[in-house]
Design a protein around this ligand. Structure first.
Ligand code: PAF
Length: 250
């Protein structure tokens, strides 16, 4: 423990996945700041932004209970006081999650830049659940030589292997059982097998199921040392994403 600052940026709607991020922050620093800011720049539709769950009192209690020393819920004006200097997530920002949500990752980087400028953390903690976000933030920090260490925390899953997400609350108990197919697919040994497993669940509508090289986020090649399965799709209109390191054959 030292005088460093660990920072956990969130948009609220906190669940056990966020608690794991805060607990990791507490292991690193005596000062743990959790921000709660629903960033309009990363929503592609005003409807989604309006529907995003907001319960500051509940979130504040969860964050403090998990060990945060400060919960900070800035206003829009505090984060974006004037003209917004947009950050770019590059071509990767238009693929996978970025293809479905245009401008999303630029919006994430833009708010992260502001949050980092205001908090000046030594460590910033992100979940592996949003692996593409984590990759884009890490690359941007390194390219821009931002003096912060990005710490990744493994995805928290329920007892049946479903990755925790605030969106899971929109699934019925039967749909949650269907969602288990994603975890099953990620335990496959190849992309084909992964897709076959997903196709076996009639309620699951596939967006993408790919294998990527963890170091480039590009396709797996002969040089790849670590590969990861990434999956996105919908169950009854609820978008679900997950990923896992794979001992893949191809
Ligand atoms: O992962 C999230 O909750 C958001 O994208 C983040 C990192 C807090 C930026 O708004």
């Amino acid at each position: 423990m030292n005088n460093s600052i660990s920072f956990v940026p969130t948009m609220g709607a906190l669940h056990d996945g966020h608690i794991a991020l805060i607990e990791r922050a507490c292991e690193l620093s005596s000062t743990v700041i959790v921000s709660i800011f629903v960033n309009p720049l990363q929503f592609e539709s005003p409807d989604d932004l309006a529907k995003y769950p907001r319960d500051l009192l509940r979130d504040r209690n969860i964050a403090l209970g998990a060990g945060a020393t400060k919960v900070w819920a800035p206003s829009y004006e505090e984060i974006y006081p004037g003209e917004i200097t947009k950050q770019s997530s590059g071509q990767l920002g238009t693929l996978f999650e970025g293809a479905e949500r245009l401008g999303h990752f630029d919006g994430v980087l833009t708010v992260i830049k502001r949050l980092f400028d205001l908090v000046r953390p030594d460590y910033a903690i992100f979940g592996e659940k949003d692996f593409q976000q984590l990759f884009i933030i890490k690359r941007w920090v390194s390219q821009n030589q931002i003096p912060v260490e990005i710490i990744a925390v493994p995805t928290i899953r329920d007892a049946d292997g479903v990755a925790l997400s605030s969106r899971n609350s929109r699934l019925s108990p039967a749909e949650l059982v269907s969602a288990q197919v994603i975890n099953k697919a990620l335990r496959s040994k190849s992309k084909d097998e992964m897709r076959k497993v997903l196709a076996s669940e009639p309620k699951f509508e596939l967006d993408y199921a790919e294998l990527i090289d963890e170091e480039t986020f590009g396709p797996v090649t002969a040089k790849t040392s670590l590969s990861r399965g990434i999956i996105a799709g919908w169950i009854n209109g609820v978008r679900l994403i997950d990923n896992m390191r794979m001992e893949a054959d191809q």
